[in-house]
Ligand binder design. Structure first.
Ligand code: HEM
Length: 106
């Protein structure tokens, strides 16, 4: 099912301590997420990724909606050694909604 970007904006509050989106977004604890849907993993040049994320990137991981959803379910299971210390979003609709919200930032 397609997510709801307005609901996703509220879900994104859980991400905002570490991630920014929108005009002028810069890296925080985590990389800025403009254009994340379809973006190759680990590709923000001035962000220091974990070695786990660098390996995933070298393996060709691209952040399709499906892969973002898997990562957000349990980050440490999808990217071994990730430094994203976030427990995950357990509900399908929360994941779909936040991905719909993120997809509005090109
Ligand atoms: C990486 C999404 C919450 C810290 C990422 C990436 C995505 C993402 C898609 C990969 C970026 C890339 O490859 O360029 C989200 C979403 C969140 C969330 C949608 C909320 C639902 C958080 C929180 C923190 C955090 C709360 C901090 C406690 C990081 C860090 C990385 C990262 C440090 C880099 C990981 C690494 O190098 O292994 N996040 N994130 N994220 N995120 Fe999050």
């Amino acid at each position: 099912a397609d997510g709801d970007p307005e609901k996703g904006e509220k879900v994104f509050r859980k991400c905002q301590a570490c991630h920014a989106v929108g005009e002028g977004a810069s890296n925080k604890v985590g990389p800025e997420l403009n254009g994340i849907v379809g973006r190759p993993a680990g590709s923000i040049g001035d962000f220091k990724y974990s070695s786990g994320m660098q390996e995933a990137a070298a393996g060709g991981l691209v952040w399709t909606p499906e892969h973002i959803a898997e990562f957000l379910t349990k980050p440490k299971d999808f990217v071994k050694g990730t430094k994203m210390t976030f427990a995950g979003l357990r509900k399908d609709d929360e994941r779909e909604d936040v991905i719909a919200y993120l997809s509005t930032f090109k």
